[in-house]
Each structure stands twice: as structure tokens, then as C-alpha cells.
Design a binder for this molecule. Structure first.
Ligand SMILES: [Zn+2]
Length: 267
């Protein structure tokens, strides 16, 4: 599933391509994906592209907005005027007045696009990396309130926005913290290390334009893969040597997801 760095990469690339363009048609090939009224967006100009956690917000000149979530397999692909190169699993096509198109593809159809009238930006309930409220005080307070394993708290979108399975695994490894530790057992010092690891890793992943690991459907707007999978230290590395201590990296099922960690140096 695309996480903060992947959605942020698409946000930046979308902003370059569609801000200033006018939507003149929306073609819906999979009705389940598109929620709301098409007329909400027809004839409107795109004035900005935002993101909160893993949700994209395409802001329109008429005060309405289109929100999009990739869920497991969703993708946005861009097609310039005259570019009719094929795409698979296309569910929704946005046509712009200059002849360019934006395709939303989703092989499993868990993703969604919501047309929202009179959209106002409410403040998010979760704290979010790269926002001022993701400070040590707030982060430690979130951890201190939960006895659940720290990895599950990192991935809880109601507590912290944007972190999923890839970056939770990588950040816990970098901070040398076991994914199975109760969140409220972390010291302030450990919470600080973890917070810093999260920010550093997410920033590097954005710089690499996201991760397209094994079994991941994430692609950039032009269809090319991201690059951060080449920097994974533990994710999908089970059986390989820990880059820090040399012991084997282990994969264990945790709440239905694969947890990758080094039992020797994550305590
Ligand atoms: Zn190790």
C-alpha cells in the first residue's frame, strides 16, 4: 500500500501537471470507485493539490474538491495530449480541456475518489510527520497512551498519519527498537530516536520518489517505479544478514502483516 512518501511523490508530480488545467469530462469505468457527483468538478480549474496522511486532495476553483485514496493497488497515471498509450485496470479518467488525461487505475478496486462540495480543510485528528505537531512531546504522548505493540501504534492512522508497513519496519530497525514492545514501554530517549528515524527515513524515501518493492503496485505518475526499495534495510529481507550485526533478519506475522526485524539488535 502506498504510504506517505509515495502519496507525497504523486502529490508533487500531480501539482506540476494539473494545476491550472480545467476538467471538462470525467469518465467512470468502475462506478464503485467514484463517490459523489461528477458535476462537482466539471468546468472547474485545478487550483492546488494537497495531502493529508495518505489522502490526496485536488482543490478546485469552484470551492469543491476531489479526494483520492490509493488503498492497496490504486495508481494515478498521466497522459499528455495525444498520448493514448494503454493502461490496465483503468477505473476513472479525468479529461482536461487541453486534451491531457489523468487515469486512476486499480486492479482490486479498493481505492476511491470522492467528489466533495464546498470543501473546507478540517484539521486532522492524527499527528503527521513533517507537520509541527509531530514533535517529541506529542509523539511520546501517543506512545505512552497505548499498551499495543509499538509497530501497530505507528501504523494506526487515527494516531499518526501516513506510516504503513514498509516505513514502520524500517524506522523501528533504525531506532533499534523491537516492533513487539508495548508502545508505553519506550523511554523518552527511545521515542526521540524513533521519531528522528521516522522523519529521516520518510524524507529519504520522498527524495527517492517512493518505494516499489516486491508485490507493490506503486508507480510514479509516468509509470516508472520509485527508488527507495533499493535502500530497504529489513523490509522483505528475511533470511538475509542484518546490515548492523550480521545475524539473520526474521519475518514474523503481526496483526496480519509481515514484520521484518533483527531479533539480535532490536530490543
Ligand atoms: Zn542486527
Amino acid at each position: 500500500m502506498p504510504e506517505l512518501p509515495e502519496v507525497e511523490t504523486i502529490r508533487r508530480q500531480l501539482a506540476e501537471k494539473i494545476v491550472g488545467k480545467t476538467i471538462n469530462q470525467i469518465e467512470i469505468l468502475a462506478p464503485k470507485i467514484f463517490i459523489g457527483e461528477v458535476k462537482t468538478a466539471i468546468g472547474a480549474k485545478v487550483v492546488g493539490v494537497g495531502r493529508v496522511a495518505k489522502v490526496l486532495r485536488i482543490l478546485l476553483s469552484n470551492g469543491n474538491a476531489l479526494l483520492a485514496h490509493f488503498k492497496l493497488n490504486g495508481q494515478f497515471f498521466w497522459r499528455g495530449p495525444g498520448d493514448d498509450s494503454p493502461a490496465r485496470f483503468t477505473c476513472v479518467i479525468f479529461h482536461f480541456t487541453d486534451g491531457s488525461r489523468l487515469l486512476f487505475n486499480d486492479s482490486r478496486k479498493f481505492g476511491w475518489i470522492k467528489a466533495m462540495e464546498n470543501f473546507s480543510e478540517e484539521s486532522a485528528a492524527a499527528i503527521e510527520p513533517f507537520c509541527p505537531d509531530f514533535n517529541l512531546k506529542n509523539f511520546f504522548a501517543v506512545l505512552a497512551k497505548s499498551r499495543r505493540p509499538v509497530k501497530l501504534v505507528l501504523m494506526d492512522q487515527e494516531k499518526i498519519g501516513g506510516i504503513g508497513n514498509i516505513y514502520a519496519n524500517e524506522a523501528l530497525f533504525a531506532a533499534r527498537i523491537s516492533p513487539f514492545r508495548p508502545a508505553n514501554s519506550l523511554s523518552v530517549n527511545e521515542a526521540e530516536k524513533l521519531r528522528n528515524a521516522i522523519v529521516k527515513i520518510l524524507q529519504k524515501a520522498i527524495d527517492c520518489r517512493g518505494s516499489s518493492g516486491k508485490d507493490e503496485w506503486y508507480r510514479q505518475l509516468d509509470g516508472s517505479p520509485g527508488g527507495y526499495q533499493n535502500h530497504f534495510l529489513v523490509y522483505q529481507k528475511n533470511g538475509q544478514k542484518c546490515p548492523r550485526c550480521g545475524d539473520p533478519i526474521t519475518r514474523q506475522n503481526q496483526a496480519g502483516r509481515g514484520t521484518f526485524y533483527c531479533p539480535a539488535c532490536q530490543i
